[in-house]
Design a protein around this ligand. Structure first.
Ligand code: KIV
Ligand code: ZN
Length: 392
């Protein structure tokens, strides 16, 4: 995707579940599992699938190559450090893709340059110039990331970014690698980059935020408001340490508030629940019950006041429709906070119509059970409404 081809009101979704997501401790997916996830990501309508890091292992290479050959629709990206060997490996894995992208990166923060790379800023400049030019020999679509950008000197980052653009990078990604920045700080950093690296206006600006302080989605959104038109994110928020920005939260934030923000994505949101379940099953990472969008409680109501409101008009306590992420419906969970209205509705769904004094008796019994149990099930309800009660 070149910047000129992109609709200015569309935010590209770059999914990194199979690369940064797979870097979550304990996750190791084989090629057929990665292929199945990549196919679901294509159904979900993500624009770019980062399929892996081909130099990292023969298994990663094979997975990227397989996805490049078999998954149609999204751009398929492979990650490479800014070294010839990495870039060659990425190209060899990607060469059969209809739309390949090489994503190459090098650190720009002094802490990384001195202590991790044991190198110098001059060296980073030389590596960027040579590396982006090398990648560009293979593909038009080159993404460059100055790693640990948000802890880097903004002037030096801008210098490196402008060199990458001059050498042909078409997407510039500004990672908050350690999840350290805050929304207002990220906005200012990106604004300053626009001033210092004029070429940034001719490429796609991307954001890649980690969740160490729980700000990955907020920072990504700040980046979008500052001009970014690509968000790097992962299903269920998987990724190094505390993870990456969660794809489902970014997509549903832009979709739900589209009228106010004027931006949207190409995502088919009805595929979100399926993608979340698939990734959770294959990675063995359970989704926390209260996780936004895809947690099992995200569309469940327990309190009487909320249940009563939702039964009268869904919008009283719901800002999204469960069907918009591919669930059948919202759910009213019966527990000790539930009210008479929800009980009558749940009984009616079991074919048991009760009202008046009968409902009052049933409700009293229901509260006694609910005090002892966290959740009252259909079996409990059937037992609660005895034959005697039905005859009343
Ligand atoms: O977090 C990060 O900086 C990365 C880069 C490789 C983009 O994952
Ligand atoms: Zn990352």
């Amino acid at each position: 995707m070149t910047p000129a081809e992109q609709d200015p009101n569309q935010v590209l979704i770059f999914d990194t579940t199979l690369r940064d997501g797979e870097q979550s401790p304990g996750i190791s997916l084989n090629t057929s599992e990665k292929l199945e996830i990549a196919q679901q990501l294509a159904r979900l309508g993500v624009d770019i699938v980062e399929a892996g890091f081909p130099i990292a292992s023969p298994g990663d290479f094979e997975a990227v190559e397989t996805i490049a050959r078999q998954v149609e629709g999204p751009v398929i990206a492979g990650l490479a450090r800014i070294h010839v060997g990495d870039i060659d490996a990425a190209w060899n894995a990607l060469r059969d893709a209809s739309r390949p992208r090489i994503h190459t990166f090098v650190s720009t923060s002094d802490i990384h340059i001195e202590h991790q790379m044991r190198s110098t800023r001059e060296d980073v400049i030389g590596l960027t110039r040579a590396g982006v030019a090398h990648a560009k020999q293979y593909v038009d679509d080159v993404e460059f990331s100055p790693m640990d950008a948000t802890r880097s000197d903004v002037e030096f980052t801008a210098e490196v970014v402008q060199i990458a653009i001059d050498e042909g990078a078409t997407t510039i990604n500004i990672p908050d690698t350690v999840g350290y920045t805050m929304p207002h700080e990220y906005t200012a950093f990106l604004g300053r980059l626009y001033e210092l690296a004029p070429g940034l206006r001719d490429v796609v600006l991307s954001v890649h935020c980690h969740d160490d302080l729980g700000l990955a989605v907020a920072n990504s959104f700040a980046g979008v408001l500052a001009g970014a038109r690509q968000v790097e994110c992962a299903i269920n928020g998987l990724g190094e340490r505390a993870g990456n920005a969660s794809l489902e939260e970014i997509v549903m934030l832009l979709r739900t508030r589209q009228a106010d923000i004027g931006l949207d994505t190409n995502a088919v949101s009805q595929e979100i629940a399926r993608a979340s379940r698939l990734v959770s099953r294959m990675t063995g990472y359970a989704v926390q019950p209260n996780k936004a969008i895809v947690g099992r409680n995200a569309f469940a109501h327990e309190s009487g006041i909320h249940q009563d409101g939702v039964l009268k008009n869904r919008e009283t306590f719901e800002i999204m429709d469960a069907t918009s992420i591919g669930l059948d419906s919202n759910s009213l969970v019966l527990g000790k906070h539930s009210g008479r209205h929800a009980l009558r509705d749940a009984l009616a769904q079991l074919g048991i119509v009760v009202d008046g004094a009968t409902l009052n008796t049933a409700f009293k019994r229901f509260k006694e059970i609910a005090d002892k149990k966290k959740q009252v099930t259909a079996m409990d309800l059937e037992a609660l409404v005895t034959d005697e009660l039905r005859e009343e």
